[in-house]
Design a protein around this ligand. Structure first.
Ligand code: 13P
Length: 253
């Protein structure tokens, strides 16, 4: 029976120059060389991708991008296409991170277009969803997640979604030190998996990996990963230091 290989992913956001990223990637590669039963991914800034790809060649760490544009090429100043990311060595692309939704006007519709572009180019999309604090407090968590899933994945068929990864990142837990409890994470993940079963099918829902993101650190990863529907972590702050991130990749101890 196929199982869900845990994925521990680091989103470096707008941190580290190319040289700093190379140093961190080299160190991480050494520290995680013996990690088994887990997939590791790091997403540096665009300008560091090619340099980091060279460092990671032959390692068990995959390279990811933090964003992409939905067109292949053209007059889109400042944007980067999926083909360019593949050429730079990326296997994954994060799509619809809450910071992109909040500060850069991304919507469920742009998320949908970006997922389509990623898949067409052979990149595995990591679709980020999650509610704000106000939405949680007003009891809208599940309706927000439902809308983000339905609209973000609108008009896809199973074949398109085989490499999809979903990241549940409650906005109130990102960079705040406030982690969702393991019960809150499990409840949201189980809900997301049920919705995915509804819009795709049960087999897909059983295999799709759902990562938790939001103040994941060495002190809380073990209990989060012990939850039946938590298949990995998307880590911001704690992914920047190779020693700390390596502890997360070795969460089993
Ligand atoms: P923190 O781990 O810093 O809370 O960030 C989470 C995140 O946004 C990962 O994409």
């Amino acid at each position: 029976m196929e199982t869900r290989l845990p994925l521990i992913a680091g989103n470096w956001k707008m941190h580290k120059t190319g040289d700093e990223a190379v140093q961190a990637a080299k160190h991480l590669k050494e520290l995680t060389a013996k990690a088994v039963g887990v997939e590791i991914m790091i997403a540096p800034t665009f300008t560091a991708l090619s340099q980091v790809a060279a460092v990671l060649a032959g390692s068990n760490i995959a390279l990811g991008a933090q964003n992409l544009h939905w067109e292949n090429q053209g007059a889109f100043t400042g944007e980067i296409s999926a083909a360019m990311l593949v050429n730079a060595g990326c296997r994954y692309a994060i799509v619809g991170h809450s910071e992109r939704r909040q500060y850069f006007g991304e919507t469920d519709q742009t998320v949908q277009r970006k997922i389509r572009a990623a898949v067409a180019a052979g990149l595995r999309p990591v679709m980020c969803i999650g509610e704000t604090e106000a939405e949680r407090e007003s009891g809208q968590t599940f309706s927000v997640l439902d809308k983000q899933i339905q609209k973000g994945l609108e008009s896809f068929v199973l074949q398109d979604l085989k490499t999809l990864v979903v990241a549940y990142e409650p906005v109130w837990a990102i960079g705040t030190g406030k982690t969702a409890t393991k019960e809150q994470a499990q409840e949201a993940h189980a809900y997301i998996r049920r919705q995915l079963a509804g819009i795709v099918d049960d087999g897909f829902a059983r295999l799709v990996r759902i990562l938790y993101g939001g103040s994941v650190k060495p002190s809380n990863i073990k209990e989060l990963m012990a939850m039946p529907d938590v298949d990995g972590a998307l880590v911001g702050g704690a992914s920047l230091d190779p020693e700390t991130f390596s502890q997360l990749a070795h969460y089993r101890g």
